[in-house]
Write a protein that binds this ligand. Structure first.
Ligand SMILES: [Zn+2]
Length: 243
């Protein structure tokens, strides 16, 4: 139902109108989903169910958040890290909207201009002094970056001692797959899971690269949370220890 309505809206409404009124249109659609069995922890709406995206993800019909976005939000608020200078790469629209309203210096960045953001920092050369950011959110970014080691060093450089960088990427079992000679979108999708991915990490390899960049790492693995519509997933907390 949700996908059909979304497709219909895309067909009959102009894109600028859709973008401007996205949150209002979502509110209308979400009336069909209202209930008491579930709740979105970002927009607080109570639902009879989340929108099931072909068994791969659970979408909040009201704010458009995905499973991983809701869990990220929960962790960020739980760890009380949304203060000072916060750098967020390619933010989901609902978090961009929420975080802009908080009392912190929020630096949203998207290099390819695909996401709503205020800056377009190059992650391998972030134009800020060392130790500038209290918190960095780097979700589903590193698998797009050819020189990921440089990106990790740069994240480490701009993070302040005591700060945390929240990291997530897709993972594969076995070895990390990367091959600079694979450059076509079709081949990248085949080997790395998406047209614009340049690798898929094995978790131990990503941890080892982050440690090589100086980070102390903590792996957080979560099981399903049915009430808030959160799937099983793994997050890495990469910390710069006090020097
Ligand atoms: Zn929501």
């Amino acid at each position: 139902m949700y996908s059909k309505l979304k497709a219909l809206a895309k067909q009959i409404l102009p894109k600028p109108f859709l973008e401007k009124n996205e949150f209002f249109l979502r509110k209308v659609i979400s009336l069909k989903y209202r209930g008491t069995q579930h709740q979105c922890n970002i927009c607080s709406i109570k639902l009879k169910r989340f929108v099931d995206l072909d068994g791969k993800d659970l979408l909040c019909p009201n704010c458009g958040s995905r499973s991983r976005t809701r869990r990220l939000y929960k962790q960020l608020t739980k760890h009380n890290v949304l203060n000072g200078n916060v750098l967020h790469f390619s933010p989901p629209k609902i978090l961009y909207k929420q975080f802009k309203q908080l009392k912190m210096n929020y630096y949203s960045s998207d290099y390819e201009n695909e996401f709503t953001a205020d800056y377009n920092f190059n992650i391998t050369s972030i134009p800020k002094n060392e130790n500038f950011f209290n918190t960095i959110i780097c979700y589903h970014i590193l698998e797009h970056i050819e020189n990921d080691k440089e990106a990790m060093s740069e994240l480490y450089r701009v993070l302040q001692p005591g700060g945390t960088c929240f990291i997530q990427t897709p993972f594969t079992d076995g070895e990390t797959k990367e091959d600079p000679s694979i450059t076509s979108p079709k081949d990248r999708k085949k080997h790395f899971g998406q047209e614009d991915h340049v690798r898929i990490y094995a978790l131990p390899e990503l941890i080892s690269r982050l440690r090589a960049a100086g980070f102390k790492t903590e792996i957080k693995s979560y099981t399903n949370d049915m009430y808030n519509g959160m799937n099983t997933e793994t997050i890495i907390l990469a910390k710069k220890i006090n020097l």
